[in-house]
Design a binder for this molecule. Structure first.
Ligand code: SF4
Ligand code: SF4
Length: 372
């Protein structure tokens, strides 16, 4: 492991830009820590932290210059790899027929994501399975994903709604990054302990001033990862959970959640693993030009499940059940792992404070199904 001084972060951004990457990182906007393209480390939320609880998010000033002392915000990295709106193609009227106009062949950016948390790294690998494997791989996603560089940042404090330890996704980013940073601040020290995850990461690091970490410095980073895990107030026992949920189709608790759920779809919009989309065709007023767009959709919207002959999920009860059981049960059957990484976003951003971990635990604890 190595040590980077905070000022070397600017060098990291500059080196990545020189290599042709568009650097995207956390920045303060509209009272939240969101992700955007950045060109300078001065755009990072220096000295800010966040407070998260069910249905509550706020930012607070710290009394130091920590650069990554917050947890995940309302945005996830999926907005860059799987954009909320994407023009698929256009068509223009030509005589009595039409001509298809493919989307402009502009090169897609090479992103360098700066500040990816361990749970988010896992979420990206879950979306990789969805968009990059099987018969219908998504060309846009695959191109963006293959060209990107990841700087992970290990969490050293747990957010108020996180449960990554239950989902085995954090707080330490074990693999999938090019470089991982742990910010150490306090007792007169402010630096980053760096782990290298790839040859690309090694090459980038070689261009920035750094030094080998002392054993005590590595130990301090490890202690902070453990401390973050210990702080996690929310837990979810996942043993046997997919089966329990699959067999709790008619559990009365779904009615209880439905009384609180507004079917607003916030949970699926903020979730870093949700991948549902719909396709819209739009025309101009003259009727000479049409476009097809893909945009995010959600299992909470009524149109999402409309098929010939009617809607297959008419109630909030069935929609919430679909969402939760996909994350924690049928995703396992579909992709071999849970579709929830325990980031807590859906809990923080649910206006009704509905908590996936609590709801699943309620069903688990009142279920008569033996855990295998
Ligand atoms: S379901 Fe909720 S906690 Fe799980 S990954 Fe999605 S937003 Fe995060
Ligand atoms: S669980 Fe919460 S965020 Fe999700 S649809 Fe219901 S009210 Fe909205």
């Amino acid at each position: 492991m190595f040590i980077l001084e905070p000022s070397a972060l600017q060098g990291l951004i500059t080196v990545l830009q020189a290599k042709g990457y568009t650097v995207v990182g956390p920045t303060l906007r509209d009272g939240a820590i969101t992700f955007d393209a950045i060109t300078s480390m001065d755009e990072l939320p220096r000295g800010w932290s966040d407070i998260q609880e069910p249905s509550h998010y706020s930012i607070v000033r710290r009394d130091d210059d920590a650069l990554f002392a917050y947890n995940v915000g309302p945005h996830s990295w999926k907005k860059f790899l799987f954009p909320a709106r994407l023009r698929l193609f256009g068509a223009k009227r030509v005589g009595k027929g039409f001509e298809v106009e493919p989307s402009p062949n502009t090169p897609l950016p090479h992103y360098a994501f700066l500040g990816v948390r361990a749970c988010e790294l896992r979420a990206i690998t879950l979306q990789d399975q969805v968009f990059m494997t099987g018969t219908y791989a998504d060309r846009n996603y695959s191109t963006l994903r293959k060209g990107m560089f990841i700087v992970a940042v290990n969490c050293v404090t747990a957010g108020g709604t996180c449960f990554c330890t239950s989902m085995d996704t954090g707080p330490h980013a074990g693999k999938g990054h090019d470089i991982a940073l742990t910010e150490i601040i306090g007792d007169g020290v402010h630096h980053f302990v760096v782990e290298v995850g790839s040859k690309r990461g090694e090459d980038v690091l070689s261009e920035i001033p750094h030094r080998a970490a002392e054993p005590a410095e590595i130990e301090r980073a490890r202690t902070l990862w453990k401390e973050a895990a210990r702080q996690m107030s929310r837990t979810l026992d996942t043993k046997g959970l997919p089966q329990i949920l699959a067999e709790s189709f008619e559990h009365p608790h779904w009615d209880d959640v439905a009384k609180r759920c507004l079917a607003c779809a916030n949970c699926s919009m903020v979730c870093p693993t949700c991948f549902c989309s719909t396709v819209e065709d739009v025309t101009d007023l003259s009727g000479d030009h049409a476009e097809r767009w893909r945009r995010w959709d959600s299992c909470f919207t009524s149109d999402f499940t409309r098929v010939a002959g009617g809607n297959i999920r008419m109630s909030t009860r069935t929609r919430y059940r679909q969402w939760l059981t996909h994350k924690l049960s049928s995703w396992v059957e579909q992709f071999g792992d849970f579709g929830c990484v325990g980031c807590g976003r859906c809990v923080t951003w649910c206006p009704a404070g509905i908590d996936i971990a609590t709801e699943a635990t309620t069903i688990r604890e009142s279920s008569a199904i033996p855990v295998k």
